[in-house]
Design a protein around this ligand. Structure first.
Ligand SMILES: *[C@@H]1O[C@H](CO)[C@@H](O)[C@H](O)[C@H]1NC(C)=O
Ligand SMILES: *[C@@H]1O[C@H](CO)[C@@H](O)[C@H](O)[C@H]1NC(C)=O
Ligand SMILES: *[C@@H]1O[C@H](CO)[C@@H](O)[C@H](O)[C@H]1NC(C)=O
Ligand SMILES: *[C@@H]1O[C@H](CO)[C@@H](O)[C@H](O)[C@H]1NC(C)=O
Ligand SMILES: *[C@@H]1O[C@H](CO)[C@@H](O)[C@H](O)[C@H]1NC(C)=O
Ligand SMILES: *[C@@H]1O[C@H](CO)[C@@H](O)[C@H](O)[C@H]1NC(C)=O
Ligand SMILES: *[C@@H]1O[C@H](CO)[C@@H](O)[C@H](O)[C@H]1NC(C)=O
Ligand SMILES: *[C@@H]1O[C@H](CO)[C@@H](O)[C@H](O)[C@H]1NC(C)=O
Ligand SMILES: *[C@@H]1O[C@H](CO)[C@@H](O)[C@H](O)[C@H]1NC(C)=O
Ligand SMILES: *[C@@H]1O[C@H](CO)[C@@H](O)[C@H](O)[C@H]1NC(C)=O
Ligand SMILES: *[C@@H]1O[C@H](CO)[C@@H](O)[C@H](O)[C@H]1NC(C)=O
Length: 498
């Protein structure tokens, strides 16, 4: 700009000065990428943590790790202003200092721990912060007992192109209670409960945005799998570009996700494709971005949609809940391997100040997620994490017997089983004749339902359970696991496929 109105000689001089200034600015410009900071957690062994940052081309960067164990990496060259180092595996623990050094400059991260990194994504229910949760003040007080659970939050931003680094940080790596009030409640509680069983450091990375559909968190590649074009009215991929792509080079253990509400009215019927496709794509991309350090099938946990409108007859929520499981009803399954799900339709909160779609009980949600993580991500034996699901459904015309895959706890007085009565052999949909099917009898593993509301000429064409936005009161659905902790997930089964 300074060159604009000057004669030719002056322009030359000016350009030279700018050039010199640029070189000068680059000296001492050694730094880490935005999401590496003091108090952070890096992925522990057996994976190897990847670190990267900025420097001057021509410089050679060495990383020095000092703490309970020591490491000095071989020097790497800065290329196009970027350096990248993969550490040797480091066992859980700390604190460490990580120093990047060149011949004439250095940058240090202090108080770094090694542990497991979990990425927390989704929309407003993941964004929902600790100051809004039930028992907020007790939770914030309790957080002081968890100095080894560290957290970081990416700032909101969107981009039309895939970015190398975050444009901004909302919460730098922090030690609770500092900054915890504004951090995701589900993410924090998940980390805290995990710490209770793992007893080693946990790093939580929150990257989410309220009101966002799955399409904005998906790459063009993932959307193509589901026949969706790369540009749409809802700005496909814009948050993938700015809030996920920059993180790909960090080694992570896994991800949790609370999203789907925005897809109850946008591309709802695509969700059984778009959600698993996004998971596949994230896995492939994090694996590649970390040079193979992040597992290519890393564990992915998610919350099945909670509730929104009491007495609503809309099937949007039930449909998206079903699609969240790729229409299997449970996870993991053939399509969605190494995943786990927290069922949340029995945790309504009619009085939430942010509206009933944002229930304040994030403790139960996070606890249920942790059960899934222990079983699926950490292979802990004997941890029950799935609610009862039908193993076999039989009917003899007047009664239907649902045989569950585990022992159940039953409340017979609630009528949220429904039967579709048909006269023709067609698949039942939302417009079909659905009637309540009261539970008339149960034992430790089965319930018997009455088909008395069908005409004698009709047969049972389909059966569904909890197929409503808001199927029951707080923790009062009819079917739970025997220990009453895990609610049965909703299901729909048609005798005749569509
Ligand atoms: C890390 O650096 C800080 C400040 O320079 C120093 O006080 C601390 O002892 C160092 N810790 C380790 C583990 O090297
Ligand atoms: C790094 O740069 C030096 C020259 O500055 C060169 O000799 C060396 O081969 C480079 N190393 C790599 C891995 O590219
Ligand atoms: C999002 O879409 C709107 C119009 O649909 C457009 O004006 C805006 O530039 C887009 N933003 C990004 C980041 O692509
Ligand atoms: C958002 O990202 C754009 C670049 O994509 C940048 O220009 C802008 O400053 C960022 N906004 C914030 C608030 O960081
Ligand atoms: C927590 O969320 C509430 C509701 O969205 C918001 O008003 C508040 O500013 C947030 N707290 C922090 C510390 O960010
Ligand atoms: C991050 O990983 C991607 C994908 O492998 C790669 O294209 C990019 O150069 C990497 N960025 C850095 C800073 O290493
Ligand atoms: C839901 O329906 C019940 C029974 O009809 C009624 O008492 C209640 O007021 C309704 N609740 C809402 C929020 O509409
Ligand atoms: C809040 O605290 C009370 C008293 O300790 C406890 O009974 C209740 O379960 C807590 N609520 C949640 C959602 O954790
Ligand atoms: C169907 O089974 C129920 C109990 O299992 C029994 O009470 C009923 O009589 C049977 N109906 C027919 C038509 O066999
Ligand atoms: C069973 O459900 C009914 C209706 O929702 C409720 O009033 C009753 O308290 C429940 N019983 C038990 C044991 O939970
Ligand atoms: C429960 O009843 C079903 C249907 O009659 C039967 O198949 C099953 O063996 C019974 N289970 C137990 C534990 O009694």
């Amino acid at each position: 700009m300074c060159c604009l109105h000057l004669p030719v000689m002056a322009i030359t001089l000016c350009v030279v000065l700018i050039f010199v200034a640029a070189i000068h600015r680059c000296e001492g410009d050694l730094s880490f990428a935005s999401y590496y900071g003091d108090h952070m957690v890096l992925q522990k062994s057996p994976e190897r943590a990847v670190l990267w940052g900025y420097g001057c081309d021509g410089a050679q960067v060495t990383l020095i790790l000092s703490g309970p164990t020591k490491q000095k990496t071989s020097p790497v060259n800065v290329t196009n202003g970027i350096w990248r180092v993969t550490l040797d595996p480091v066992e859980a623990g700390g604190p460490y200092n990580v120093t990047a050094v060149t011949k004439d400059s250095s940058a240090t991260l202090t108080d770094v721990l090694f542990g497991d990194i979990w990425l927390c994504g989704g929309q407003s229910n993941m964004w929902f912060n600790m100051s809004m949760v039930f028992n907020a003040s007790e939770e914030l007080k309790l957080s002081e007992k968890y100095p080894d659970v560290r957290f970081f939050m990416a700032a909101l931003n969107q981009s039309k192109t895939e970015l190398l680094d975050l444009t901004d940080v909302e919460i730098p790596w922090s030690v609770a209670p500092t900054n915890l009030e504004g951090f995701s409640a589900v993410c924090w509680l998940y980390g805290r409960y995990l710490y209770d069983t793992l007893k080693y450091p946990i790093g939580l990375v929150e990257s989410c945005w309220g009101g966002t559909p799955v399409e904005v968190w998906s790459s063009a590649r993932a959307l193509q799998q589901c026949g969706l074009e790369n540009a749409g009215p809802k700005n496909n991929s814009v948050l993938w570009n700015s809030m996920i792509h920059p993180l790909l080079n960090m080694t992570i253990k896994g991800a949790i996700w609370y999203q789907g509400e925005a897809n109850t009215y946008y591309h709802k019927d695509k969700y059984a494709c778009t959600f698993p496709a996004m998971i596949d794509d994230w896995r492939m991309s994090f694996h590649k971005g970390s040079g193979g350090q992040t597992a290519k099938d890393f564990p992915f946990g998610f919350v099945q949609l909670s509730t929104d409108i009491k007495n609503s007859t809309s099937e949007s929520f039930p449909n998206v809940r079903w699609h969240q499981t790729a229409n299997f009803g449970y996870v993991p399954n053939e399509r969605m391997q190494n995943t786990f799900m927290a069922v949340a339709l029995d945790l309504p909160d009619p009085d939430s100040p942010l509206g009933p779609i944002h229930p304040r009980d994030k403790q139960d949600v996070a606890y249920r997620l942790t059960l899934g993580a222990r079983a699926v991500a950490y292979n802990e034996k004997g941890v029950a994490f799935q609610g009862p699901f039908p193993k076999q459904i039989r009917d003899n015309g007047t009664h239907v017997i649902v045989n569950y895959d585990q022992k159940i706890s039953v409340n017979k007085s609630d009528h949220i089983f429904e039967i579709c009565c048909t006269e023709t052999q067609v698949s039942c949909g939302s417009k079909s004749h659905w009637v309540p099917a009261p539970i008339v009898w149960s034992n430790k593993t089965s319930v018997e339902l009455s088909a008395k509301f069908c005409e004698p000429s009709q047969e049972v064409g389909a059966l569904r359970y909890a197929w409503r936005d808001w199927p029951c009161d707080f923790k009062a659905c009819p079917i739970y696991s025997a220990n009453k902790i895990l609610p049965a997930p909703p299901f729909i089964f048609n005798r005749y496929s569509p």
